[in-house]
Design a protein around this ligand. Structure first.
Ligand code: SAH
Length: 252
C-alpha cells in the first residue's frame, strides 16, 4: 500500500471526466510539448500522454517510480527530481504546463516558471480555490502582488471550481483550475517590475507615497507623479497603471 505523504502535498485525482476537462482547459493538442509538475500516480499524465506530442513529468517522491514506469507511456519522460531545483533553461522548445500542483509550493512553482523561462506558452494548474481567486482578481479586496504579476504575464482565468471530495486523500479546502495564456505584453524587466510591485504593496493600508518612499526619495516621487496619484493605494492600480508608473520612475 502506498503511504500518502502530507509533506509532499499528495492529493490525487481519479475522476476521468475531470482529468479530461483539465487537459481540455489547457488546450492541449497533438503538437504540444507539455511539462507536468507532480505526476503522483500518473492519472493526469496518462491523459496528457494521449493528447500531447510529448510530456516531461516531474515527481519528487521516488516511491512512485515503479507505479509510474509501469504505466508504460511511450511519449512521457518521468523525472524523479524536486522541480524547484530544475534549471528551466534546459527547455529550449516552447512548452505548456498542466499540473495538479502540490499545494504547499503553489506560488513558488508558478513564479519559478514565469521568471526562469520565456518558453512557457500557457499554464493550467489546479490550486487552492482562494489562491486562484487572488490570482485572477481585479483591483479590489483580493487583489495583490500575485494578481498584478499574473496580469503582467498574460490573461488569467478560473476555468472550473473543484470540490475537495474529488481528491484522495481529501484536502481541507476546495480547489480551482486556473489558466494563464502568456502574452508578454509589456517590454520591461520582469524582476525589477516584481520588486516595484512588492514595494507598492508592502503595507496594504498605506498610500503609494508611503510605500514607495521606502525605496525612492520622496522628492523624486513628487517630481514624477502628481499628488492625487501618490495618495492612492496599490490595490487600486490596474496592471497598465502599474507598468506606466514603473516606466515613469525608471525613465527619469
Ligand atoms: N498529478 C497527480 C498528483 C498531484 S498531487 C494527480 O493529479 O493525481 C501533487 C504531486 O506533486 C505529489 O505526487 C507530490 O509528491 C508531488 N510533488 C510535491 N512536491 C514536488 C516537487 N518539489 N517537485 C516535484 N513533485 C513534487
Amino acid at each position: 500500500m502506498f503511504n500518502f505523504k502530507k509533506k509532499f502535498g499528495q492529493n490525487f485525482l481519479t475522476d476521468k471526466n475531470l482529468l479530461n476537462a483539465i487537459v481540455k482547459d489547457g488546450e492541449i493538442n497533438k503538437d504540444d510539448f507539455v511539462i507536468e509538475i507532480g505526476a503522483g500516480a500518473g492519472a493526469l499524465t496518462e491523459v496528457l500522454s494521449s493528447n500531447a506530442d510529448r510530456v516531461v513529468a516531474f515527481e519528487i517522491d521516488s516511491e512512485l517510480k515503479e507505479t509510474l514506469i509501469a504505466l508504460n507511456l511511450k511519449n512521457v519522460t518521468f523525472r524523479f527530481e524536486d522541480f524547484m531545483k530544475v534549471n528551466l533553461e534546459e527547455f529550449e522548445e516552447p512548452f505548456k504546463v498542466v499540473a495538479n500542483l502540490p499545494y504547499y509550493i503553489t506560488t513558488p512553482i508558478i513564479f519559478k516558471l514565469l521568471e526562469e523561462s520565456d518558453k512557457m506558452l500557457s499554464l493550467t494548474v489546479m490550486i487552492q480555490k482562494e489562491v486562484a481567486e487572488r490570482m485572477v482578481a481585479d483591483p479590489s479586496g483580493d487583489y495583490g502582488v500575485l494578481s498584478v504579476m499574473l496580469a503582467f504575464y498574460g490573461e488569467a482565468k478560473i476555468t472550473r471550481i473543484v470540490k475537495r471530495n474529488m481528491f484522495y486523500p481529501e484536502p481541507n479546502v476546495d480547489s480551482a483550475v486556473v489558466t494563464l495564456k502568456v502574452e508578454k505584453k509589456y517590454d520591461i524587466d520582469k524582476k525589477d517590475f516584481y520588486n516595484f510591485v512588492k514595494t507598492a504593496f508592502s503595507m496594504r493600508r498605506k498610500t503609494l507615497l508611503n510605500n514607495l518612499s521606502s525605496k525612492y526619495p520622496k522628492e523624486k516621487l513628487k517630481e514624477v507623479f502628481n499628488e492625487e496619484f501618490l495618495k492612492r493605494r496599490a490595490e487600486s492600480l490596474t496592471i497598465d497603471e502599474f507598468v506606466d508608473a514603473y516606466k515613469k520612475l525608471n525613465e527619469k
